[in-house]
Design a binder for this molecule. Sequence first.
Ligand code: NIG
Ligand code: FE
Length: 413
Amino acid sequence: MLARVTVAAVYVSCDRIVTCAPGALPRRRDFDLGILEGAAMRIENGRVSWIGSREEAPDESVYLQGTIVPGLVDAHTHPVYAGSRLHEFALRAKGATYQEIHAAGGGIHSTVRATRAASYEELLARTERVLARMLRHGTTTLEAKSGYGLDEATEIRDLQLLGDVASPMRIVRTYLGAHAMPPDFADRREEFVKTLIEQTLPRIARERLADACDVFCEDGAFTLDESRRILAAARAHGLDVKAHAEEFAYLGGARMAASLGARSVDHLLSLPEHDFAALAESGTVAVLLPGTTLFLGKERYAPARGLIDAGVPVAIATDFNAGSCMTESLPMAMSLAVLKMKMTPEEALIGATVNASHALGVSDVCGSLEVGKAADFLVLEVDDPREWLYHFGVNLVREVWIAGRRVSDDIPC
Ligand code: NIG
Ligand code: FE
């Protein structure tokens, strides 16, 4: 006789659930965390099917001591690379700037050389270790960019690698072929941009190797016009678009990308006030990366307060990458958002959950704990979610669950 297969519902209960609901729209002015004291949740088929009070849950529910929050969404990372730029850390301490190191052939260029030379297996193992560290710090959904290959073969290999990575995380892949101009194309910029637009981008879209396309629109990287052409082509091929914009110089990349319907514009340290209203109207999410400002030893942070006050939805991400921000910890970036950009802890929490899910186009799946969404959540050893950011640089994540499964048990150390 065949056993009847039923998917049993699992109940979890805890001291409180920080739902971050509602997550249907990016949050602009209301940063209520939706906290339910003494709460419980039913999980079926990896999704939340009920949320209510602990008294209503059956006796056999699994009690998780502490505070449940939605799994974090890191909306900007560059995790696929080889080599080490440790020496730049000391160079910057001696006064060299990020741009000077880049212009002298170091920076992104040195990581590109190491990444091109690395074997697939080495790169895969390194990337998996990075993702495991992110997961231990509470990231359950991740945007991951290519961009350390620059040539077609390496960019495609690295996007495929992100598809092959052994990780329970949800991964949104972004093609960043326009991360830097390879030195051998310095006198043939147009040839590089044309090949990217006419050959590599269509292939990546056709083979569904990426969900989105990004560009580094910056002095010393890609001009406003080159960036516009690349993003417009990406849209035409059905990819989402986003941009690294106004990190060092103001080129107008954020407005340009927003006018093309970008899901996000990222960095924005040099964004002037007169662009805030245009951004607010566009619906594009501003992804701010305070870890990078700290790591590069800069004084000027992105204008988070001005953006929020103008009604721009703001997300917080790590910008984990080979050289300008070496941290896998999204809670660390959230603490910096409060300490350095004067965001409230509530704004930072919404910024790394709901608003980040909108920056990635995955808000129907994750970013808040609501009926119908994935049961992606963390158990924290705090009584108040704000304490998580207050206690900076220390990992207070006790458990990580993705799609209703406790994955923190299997994370390699
Ligand atoms: O977002 N700004 C461009 N890209 C990265 C840095 C990459 C690198 O330095 O390797 C960033 O900060
Ligand atoms: Fe970046």
